[in-house]
Design a protein around this ligand. Structure first.
Ligand SMILES: *Cc1c(COP(=O)(O)O)cnc(C)c1O
Length: 377
């Protein structure tokens, strides 16, 4: 047995506290000792800072991104009888938000960049299609110009699932600011993660803002009068305070993620057995924030081998969504066939990508991969 020299878990949840434990302890003590738990100033401050960070008019803290998508979809007037197109290479949450609005989720293919395929969108449009919800996957942004052209051509509403792409940009415009509304996730493993669930709805549309403002808090207007049917999906004040602090460290964290992506790209780009994401700065129109580093093997049969080898070296990798596209979960009964996405789902996996990784960790992963495929160092 070869001795394992290192352990590099896929994600170290303790690190999101440990990285800034002194500052975060102070924040938790301050909020808790004041008893400022629900809808206090910290939520408002975070919303204002998030809006200015994204260049958007309004932000609303909500319980999580899934709720945020549902609240945004309903506020945009989408519901029963409507069809909504999404990329099947996404978290089930994109589709379940559509489903729970009463609309029908229509999955389409992704392209070689793993983002929604514009041709597949157009092929799926029917007289019932009401909206497109592209997922800004892996910290990347879709080619938004082409998607916006389709929205104009067919009079469709655009809502973005920006859960994985806070601060990613396309032509200097932030992911999540292209359509009528978007939702972000602050799940702990996301680029800006809180200590539990959290999310935000972002919009430039006053009407959507006013509706979600009410519906996230039981349909209550400012004075407590219930003016519409709502639900309880508020962002906890404690999480808002933690997120406000994390947002102030955003640039450091994203620089580091992009640095790690460059290390991977430089260290692995001659390995013909793998296909890597585009390196940072390779496309001047895009600013990627590397929520994930999703790579592909050429043939599906080769994936287990490399993953097992890395596992034996103490390196954690995962299959996004557990290895299935949304339409492949039989329990959802979507009954679509999407051959490109299905083939991709058998070939891709995620390498560790987070700010707890040292350069030594990343080089260790690169060396383990090179050794497996018999490439020199
Ligand atoms: C994480 C994620 C979500 C859901 O976010 P929650 O805050 O956990 O509800 C939705 N879509 C995508 C693409 C995600 O990665």
């Amino acid at each position: 047995m070869k001795k394992i020299t290192k352990s590099v878990p896929f994600f170290d949840y303790k690190h999101i506290f440990g990285q800034y434990s002194v500052e975060l302890t102070e924040i938790i003590l301050d909020i808790s000792s004041r008893g400022a738990f629900i809808m206090q100033d910290e939520v408002k401050h975070f919303e204002e800072n998030l809006s200015s960070f994204l260049g958007a008019k309004h932000s609303l803290g909500v319980g999580n991104c899934t709720d945020g998508l549902l609240l945004a979809i309903k506020a945009a007037g989408i519901g029963s009888g409507d069809e909504v197109i999404f990329s099947s290479h996404t978290f089930v949450a994109t589709a379940s938000a559509i489903y729970h609005s009463g609309a029908r989720p229509v999955p389409v293919e992704c392209g070689p960049d793993h983002l929604i395929d514009v041709k597949s969108i157009e092929a799926a449009i029917t007289s019932k299609t009401k909206a497109i919800i592209p997922t800004q996957l892996n910290g990347q942004v879709c080619d938004m110009e082409d998607i916006i052209k389709l929205c104009i051509k067919y009079s469709l509403i655009l809502i973005e699932d920006a859960a994985q792409s806070l601060g990613a940009k396309y032509k200097d415009k932030s992911a999540g600011t292209f359509g009528v509304a978007s939702a972000y996730s602050f799940y702990p493993a996301k680029v800006v993660g809180c200590f539990g669930d959290g999310g935000a709805v972002v919009t430039n549309d006053d009407d959507i803002y006013n509706k979600v403002f009410l519906t996230r808090d039981h349909g209550r207007a400012k004075i407590g009068e219930v003016v519409t049917w709502g639900m309880n999906s508020r962002l906890d004040n404690l999480q808002a305070a933690i997120l406000d602090f994390k947002l102030s460290k955003y640039n450091l964290d994203i620089d580091r993620r992009r640095e790690i992506a460059s290390l991977y790209n430089n260290g692995l780009n001659d390995v013909k057995e793998l296909k890597l994401p585009q390196a940072p700065n390779a496309n001047p129109d895009k600013f990627e924030i590397f929520q994930n580093y999703e790579i592909e093997v050429v043939h599906a049969s080769e994936r287990d081998g490399i993953r097992t080898h890395l596992y034996k070296q103490g390196i954690g990798t995962i299959l996004q969504w557990g290895g299935k596209a949304v339409h492949e979960f039989e329990g959802l009964a979507l009954k679509y066939s999407l051959p490109f996405t299905e083939d991709l789902m058998r070939r891709c996996f995620l390498l560790p990508m987070n700010t707890s990784l040292s350069n030594d960790d990343v080089n260790y992963i690169i060396e383990a991969i090179r050794k497996y495929y018999n490439y020199g160092n």
